[in-house]
Design a protein around this ligand. Structure first.
Ligand code: NAD
Length: 491
């Protein structure tokens, strides 16, 4: 593809994971360039905020229309620069567009100033609450969902009235540029959303550039570095990090449905999903049936047709190591094995059974089409094992009776019952995890509030006979207040 260089020195080139051919070339933004972009974003902020919720909504919906009109371009780029098969690219764009739409339409009702009860003792005050934008948000994105993931921060931050400087992954800068170009088409000449390309150092520069908040999505180790970089300036951070999501299959589950969900949840996007299924705990009475059917179905799923290559070459070594370690510790390869790792692909799903719980394949993020399927006495034990993880992003439960109770015991930010990965597709639901999976939320009302400062206001409407917060008060006032709170709180 003919590439356009943004500015400055060109030393970032993205390559297709499919055939290693160069896709596009970009400048590497240094600290000064990043600061200039943040300064431009700050200037643009006053115009963007002056539009109010309705004006921003109109622009964001126009952005959504531009993206929809130029869908073919991004589907091609997702295939070429990110290596996705077309179906995975379409799924990603379906969710991303829904989030732009939802955030644009709901920002007013979630964030606009509203009255809250002022309470009996303060009834002479009108109390209102408003969620106001921070100012400039720095968004640092990963490569695995290079549209959907950053849009989960960008659209919500913009809808809340912030401007954004976006640093896409060095593996997917052209997709990042498409996002910013489409926004520029919808909102020309305003620097409301800017692109900053580069490697980790450019992301690090964004953390210390004076932005008002950082929304980071990526690995836990980089997340910790981002947190440390933001600490001296007390810049708030949202961290969307890795996962080791588990599915629990109860004895009364619909086994064929659970098998399909485990296979797709583990292998779609070549297993490179933060909330992809990596562990499956199946109740003893249905374990053999589940594993047999999963093995048969897994044989029918192939790389190239059903999922793409592993985007980051170094990840292939991690995937191979996890498989080898599981086997060395007594696990069984039911489908595939170390030989499935055929760079740049994992040739097909790898199904591992009876894997010791202290193996890398159970404890660490594998980020490949590898499923560990272990036997448990019942679903309750499955939940205990699922929860025994440093991560806590998503989870899935397959059960007929008691599914809600099992879901309620999952230590995760999101749980789907009788399906997988359904929560990111519901824009009204918050997305995020706990523990090593990070903190803060994108999506939904919580995702809008994440990019705002809750601002409280009271307005005194009239005087009351009881003077308390004034030195004009007398002993009788305080004695009356004492009696009043005694009565109020002893009821
Ligand atoms: P990564 O941590 O290697 O990189 C993420 C981004 O951080 C990139 O843009 C990179 O350039 C930048 N970066 C690197 N060093 C930096 C530094 N010192 N300071 C600031 N920025 C820096 O992650 P990745 O490999 O791109 O993404 C995969 C990871 O992301 C997986 O762990 C996956 O689970 C996670 N992820 C999480 C979510 C979620 O919402 N929870 C979504 C998608 C991916």
């Amino acid at each position: 593809m003919a590439s356009t260089v943004d500015s400055g020195t060109t030393n970032l080139v993205s390559y297709s994971p499919v055939d290693s051919r160069a896709v596009a070339a970009f400048a590497v933004d240094d600290e000064e360039t990043v600061r200039e972009k943040v300064a431009r974003a700050r200037e643009a902020g006053s115009w963007w905020r002056s539009l109010g919720h309705d004006g921003r909504r109109a622009h964001l919906l126009e952005w959504r229309r531009v993206m929809a009109r130029r869908l073919e371009e991004v589907l091609d780029l997702l295939q070429r620069e990110n290596g996705k098969v077309r179906a995975d690219a379409v799924v990603e764009m379906t969710a991303a567009l829904a989030h732009v739409d939802w955030s644009a339409r709901n920002a007013r009702s979630v964030l606009a100033r509203r009255r809250v009860p002022s309470g009996l003792l303060m009834l002479n005050h009108l109390a209102t609450l408003e969620y106001r934008p921070y100012g400039v948000i720095g968004v640092i994105g990963p490569w695995n969902y290079p549209v959907h993931t950053p849009v989960g921060s960008i659209a919500y931050a913009l809808a809340a009235g912030n401007t954004v400087v976006f640093k896409p992954s060095e593996y997917t800068p052209a997709i990042g540029r498409w996002l910013v170009d489409t926004f520029e088409e919808a909102v020309p000449g305003r620097s409301v959303l800017q692109l900053s390309t580069g490697h980790g150092a450019t992301g690090a520069a964004l953390c210390t550039s004076g932005v008002d908040k950082i929304a980071f999505t990526g690995s836990p180790s980089t997340g910790a570095r981002v947190l440390a970089a933001c600490a001296p300036s007390l810049t708030p951070v949202l961290l969307e990090l890795g996962g080791k999501d588990a599915m629990v299959v109860a004895a009364d589950a619909d086994v064929p449905a659970a098998v399909e969900a485990a296979l797709w949840g583990g292998c779609s996007n070549a297993g490179q999903s933060c909330a992809g299924i990596e562990r499956v705990y199946v109740a003893d009475p249905v374990y053999d049936e589940f594993l047999d059917l999963l093995a048969r179905r897994a044989e029918e799923v192939r790389a190239r047709a059903d999922f793409g290559p592993i985007t980051m070459p170094a990840q292939l070594d991690v995937i191979r190591r996890h498989i080898q370690d599981a086997l060395a510790r007594g696990g069984r390869a039911v489908v595939g094995g170390p030989e499935s790792v055929q760079p740049p692909y994992v040739a097909g799903p790898v199904i591992l059974a009876d894997v010791p719980e202290d193996s890398a394949a159970v404890r660490e993020e594998t980020f490949g089409p590898v499923l560990v399927v272990n036997r448990v006495a019942d679903a309750a034990e499955g939940v205990d094992r699922a929860n025994d993880s440093d991560y806590g992003l998503g989870a899935a439960v397959f059960a007929r009776r008691g599914a809600g109770e099992l879901a309620g015991r999952m230590r995760a930010g999101m749980v789907s019952i009788n399906d997988v990965l359904s929560f990111p597709a519901v824009p009204a639901l918050p997305f995020g995890g706990r523990g090593r999976s990070g903190f803060g939320r994108i999506h939904g009302a919580d995702g809008l509030r994440e990019f705002t400062v809750p601002t409280a206001r009271t307005r005194k409407l009239f005087d009351v006979p009881l003077a308390v917060s004034t030195y004009a008060r007398g002993p009788r006032d305080m004695a009356r207040l004492e009696r009043l709170i005694g009565w109020l709180h002893s009821r």
